[in-house]
Ligand binder design. Structure first.
Ligand code: KG4
Ligand code: ZN
Length: 338
């Protein structure tokens, strides 16, 4: 569909523990992006409690949307479409965003765009790099997903490799929990590992996975390592465990992504998802790309973890490339595939 210049999308994201609303122009320019995080609340429970998350979205969403419109310096009348995440995510959380978006679209008589959360994560790069266009290869690493994805066009996504069990973010969260570091685990493991040595060789089996990943076994190897020391009443080298685990996981992610890029002749690798905020992953990928003559892209920190600006960008390219608008029957799709 042809879209007018300065096409403004108001985007809503509420799939997990961030209530977010943004105004994005022409899929690339963020006029505002408000993120109300519930991390402090869920930290008390050691992880996201779905019912608590849904209730907090209800409390936050109205103000978050109003602030986004105000900060963008526009009025509701200036908005051309409303985009909302409809999956994957927690059903009660998605429902809050979807209900709000549907009501707003109806009240303002504007079209509604249903966006896949993962397409949003990939699109977060379009916000950071105004000239980035497909084709490229994407390494998606989040709390719920780990995949190597070919993006030949804006609206086409082919999975080349994926995790056979846990997502990488989830495995960081579990290791953090075993070490008593709290939630969310990824940033905590990374911070703690900064002062540690990365040379612990956890028990590992031969990797026959091709382009796929497995993180459950790695996590178990770390847990067994810790239990072993506990049984012998030996001190737990927390910083070294964090650094070694992070290195193990990052090397696996980077090696396989580079292999796919070389095998399939991709010249651009794009990182997406919460774990792409990880410093070691960014640095390791950057230098591996440099060595192999591949360009490397990662979203700025703000857009690595869940936010609505990425949903506004993905929604724009979806409609621009012939996708249809959603209607009032739109419902949450918790296990929405890529
Ligand atoms: O994309 P995201 O915000 O939410 C999902 O869609 O899942 O990703 C959240 C995940 C969590 O598992 C969190 O521990 C991880 O991203 N994460 C990190 C870092 N920052 C967030 N993992 C490793 N290092 C980080 N710096
Ligand atoms: Zn996410």
């Amino acid at each position: 569909m042809k879209l007018k210049k300065n096409y403004k999308i108001l985007a809503i994201e509420s799939s997990c523990d961030e209530t977010s609303c943004a105004v994005v122009e022409d899929g690339r320019t963020v006029l505002s992006c408000i993120i109300s995080s519930q991390i402090d609340i869920h930290t008390l429970f050691g992880g996201v409690v779905p019912e608590v998350a849904s209730r907090n979205h209800i409390t936050a969403i109205d103000n978050v949307v109003k602030q986004a419109v105000e900060q963008a310096g526009i009025t509701f009348a200036d908005i051309d479409a409303i985009a909302v995440t409809y999956g994957a995510g927690l059903v009660g959380c998605l429902l809050v965003g979807i209900s709000y978006a549907k009501a707003l679209a109806f009240a303002l008589n504007k079209p509604l765009i249903a966006v896949n959360h993962i397409h949003g994560h990939i699109a977060s790069n379009y916000l950071t790099y105004p000239d980035l266009k497909p084709p490229f290869l994407c390494l998606l690493t989040s709390g719920g997903h780990t995949a190597i994805i070919e993006v030949p066009e804006y609206d086409k996504h082919n999975i080349i490799g994926t995790t056979l069990d846990d997502a990488v973010g989830e495995s960081f969260d579990k290791v953090a929990r075993v070490l008593g570091l709290g939630y969310p685990g990824g940033p905590k493991v990374s911070k703690m590992g900064e002062g540690g040595k990365s040379d612990i060789q956890f028990a590992r089996s031969k990797d026959n996975l091709g382009y796929n990943f497995s993180f459950s076994g790695k996590k178990t190897a770390v847990i067994n390592y810790i239990h072993n020391l506990e049984q012998k009443n030996q001190p737990i080298p927390t910083a070294d465990i964090c650094a070694s685990y992070e290195k193990w996981v990052v090397d696996d992610l980077v090696t396989k992504t580079i292999n796919v890029a070389l095998d399939k002749n991709y010249k651009k690798i794009v990182l997406a998802g919460g774990v792409s905020a990880n410093k070691r992953l960014r640095q390791t990928m950057k230098s591996a790309c440099e060595k192999n003559g591949i360009e490397c892209f990662f979203p700025e920190m703000l857009y690595c973890t869940d936010n609505s600006a990425m949903i506004g960008s993905a929604g724009y390219y979806q409609i621009l490339n012939g996708g249809s608008f959603a209607d009032s029957t739109l419902a949450p799709y918790p296990n929405l595939p890529l």
